[in-house]
Write a protein that binds this ligand. Structure first.
Ligand code: WTA
Length: 632
């Protein structure tokens, strides 16, 4: 049974019910799923622990809610439409039945390679249907997947493998990305030199390039599934058993493994997908994210497939072989819902209207945005030229930790407002608090965004470090989940997200911890100290600006800057490479030795107004040097 909200008054009614009687509300929605055993209690929670459990003691397998649920009615319906990087390569249409058989076969392969319930499996793969098969097969055997974006470096990959002590890595020989071909397997080989936990590696033949296969450890995908039966009985798991771990950057230290469990995540991914995008059976839905991010998990794979939808998966990049590729694909498959990131919109906007003009885009009914605040200019361009002025634009605010969309218009149901994520989904209770944690009620208020009541897909812990989860999300404000974002409730009561208030920067919709980038920079032997801040960037939203104190002997400034950028690329990956490196004689510090980032942010933004009082600094003279060095 569908729980799709159809009208504005329907939304208001559902929202009120969800706040007044959250348990009754979610239990009614969860009842439309297939459970092997129903839950004893809908919700147990305590934000102090934190300890949150949904659908307590319920037993299920999430993939039964995709396959067994839709096989007989939708066996021949496309589950995944796959568009390759190179438009001249043949595309693939994978039906629900085919996806079911591919998944089952891979379940059998995983089991015969020794993976079982509770084991961690790393997925480091290109955007091909097998990547979805890998995730679903893990879920079906009760193993825990952790997808790592295939653009991360070997050392980022190794950190993640070691953190969750993965037993297996699923990867490919190489990847096609635009005009580039990437040596994926070589990256895995390098990572595994630092990981003793991995027993087997399954390698998909994607590019056909030469790779080294380590005897006894590495096995080709097509060999692993050879002769494996296309049936597999899903393994029963508990509602609160882990479904996946997804690593994401925070203000401090290394990326954290955000843990999502099965029952609640399933219910919320499906419910939010269907309602935000107003998906109707038969529609073709396309989300351009990569499966390495939460958006790919919830809104390429789980949300759409749990809804029996047709989800389009694109291997390539927006500008290859030309800047009209997205729109060409929309016309080719008559895409009805299109979901992308502001950074992609801004990058395409820079190419002008010529690449858009050849395409009618008339199939589009809904367009969406995710990952960072969408500025008004990009909003209007997207709305006018892609949505042709008549598609609702859903600006969806959420996070890796929230599992699903939290604040967004429901397409065509609740009103659109440029650059505003707008209203919370049913079941979501956002509040704005001041620095002391006092709730700011009413309209026209601005502060930090918290959520005061659990929703089904809230993170449960950070893998292997529950204290960290408590400290990062549940300690800043007592009894609330703190998002790390600033927000404003405008005079009409619509929420506008203002961006991160912590030391996380959002580069092209990707989260980067400043400390993480600094640690990478500090690995360069000539670097003495560094400080990284974000600054406004026309296309990326935010760029990475690094101030570095160096030993300059034997180097020119230019060569050293290049080496520093390259060090970050090697240690984290290309997405973390600083846009600007400025070599400085010192960093502004308070008397207690803390770097005054506020000043560094101002200089990076080329805004010298209100620099504030610098006389209390330990080294006020350094501020002038930094300003001069920045050419201001
Ligand atoms: C930001 C991505 C404004 C925000 C789903 C959040 C947004 C972080 C929006 C999470 C939006 C995401 N408007 N800001 N519509 N969507 N953000 O974990 O700062 O990769 O905290 O999840 O992206 O990024 P993450």
């Amino acid at each position: 049974m569908s729980h799709k909200i159809q009208t504005l008054s329907g939304y208001i009614h559902e929202y009120q019910k969800s706040v007044l009687e959250p348990e009754a509300f979610w239990s009614r929605i969860a009842e439309s799923f297939h459970w092997r055993k129903s839950w004893d209690k809908t919700l147990e929670w305590d934000f102090e622990g934190p300890d949150v459990k949904w659908f307590v003691n319920g037993k299920l397998n999430i993939t039964e809610n995709i396959f067994e649920r839709y096989l007989y009615t939708k066996g021949d319906t496309p589950a995944i439409i796959w568009e390759p990087n190179d438009p001249n390569e043949t595309n693939r249409i994978v039906t629900y039945r085919e996806l079911y058989e591919m998944t089952n076969q891979f379940c059998n392969a995983l089991q015969s390679q020794g993976v079982g319930k509770g084991d961690r499996v790393i997925i480091y793969m290109p955007m091909v249907p097998e990547a979805a098969v890998a995730m679903l097969a893990c879920a079906r055997i009760g193993a825990i997947h952790s997808v790592v974006f295939a653009g991360f470096s070997s050392s980022s990959l190794a950190d993640r493998i070691n953190d969750c002590e993965a037993k297996m890595v699923l990867t490919s020989d190489g990847n096609f990305r635009g005009a580039k071909q990437i040596d994926v397997k070589a990256v895995v080989d390098e990572a595994l030199e630092k990981c003793s936990c991995v027993e087997k590696v399954i390698v998909l033949n994607r590019t056909g390039q030469e790779v080294t296969m380590e005897e006894g450890r590495d096995i080709w995908w097509h060999h692993a599934i050879e002769g494996q039966p296309k049936e597999f009985k899903a393994v029963e798991v508990d509602s609160e058993d882990m479904l996946f771990i997804l690593y994401t950057s925070g203000s401090t230290g290394k990326p954290k493994g955000v843990v999502h469990t099965t029952g609640g995540y399933m219910v919320y991914a499906q419910y939010s997908f269907e309602n935000v995008f107003q998906y109707t059976q038969g529609d073709v839905y396309w989300c351009t994210a990569d499966i390495g991010w939460i958006t790919g998990h919830s809104y390429i794979v789980y949300g759409p497939l749990l809804s029996g939808a047709t989800t389009l998966m694109f291997e390539g990049v927006p500008t290859f072989p030309h800047a009209g590729r997205f729109w060409e694909i929309c016309d080719k498959y008559e895409v009805n819902q299109f979901y992308t990131a502001p950074t992609a919109i801004r990058a395409l906007q820079a190419h002008g209207l010529e690449p858009v003009e050849p395409y009618s885009l008339q199939s589009l009914k809904v367009i969406g945005s995710v990952g960072e605040p969408i500025n008004e200019e990009a909003w209007h361009w997207y709305h006018d030229h892609i949505g042709k002025g008549n598609c609702p634009l859903v600006d969806t605010w959420w996070q890796t930790e929230t599992g699903g969309i939290m604040v967004s218009a429901l397409a065509g149901i609740t009103p659109n407002k440029p650059a505003h994520a707008s209203l919370p989904l049913p079941g979501i209770q956002p509040i704005i608090v001041d620095a002391d944690g006092k709730e700011l009620t009413g309209n026209n208020v601005e502060g930090n965004l918290c959520i005061k009541f659990p929703w089904p897909s809230i993170l449960r812990t950070t893998y292997g470090d529950h204290e960290k989860c408590k400290n990062v999300y549940f300690s800043t404000y007592k009894g609330m989940y703190f998002t790390g974002d600033g927000a404003k409730r405008d005079h009409d009561g619509y929420l506008r997200i203002l961006g991160r208030v912590d030391d996380v920067i959002n580069v092209s919709g990707h989260r980067m911890g400043t400390a993480e980038v600094e640690n990478a920079i500090n690995e360069h032997p000539k670097v003495i100290e560094s400080a990284v801040v974000g600054y406004p960037h026309d296309v990326k939203g935010q760029g990475i600006y690094a101030y570095v104190i160096c030993d300059m002997s034997g180097r020119t400034e230019e060569s050293l800057k290049d080496e520093i950028k390259d060090t970050v690329r090697k240690i984290i990956g290309p997405i973390a490479k600083p846009d600007v490196v400025q070599i400085v004689p010192g960093l502004p510090k308070t008397r207690s030795g803390k770097i005054m980032r506020r000043i560094l942010r101002k200089v990076a933004s080329k805004d010298l107004s209100n620099l504030g009082d610098t006389s209390t600094l330990l080294n006020p003279e350094v501020v002038d040097d930094i300003i001069k060095g920045a050419g201001l």
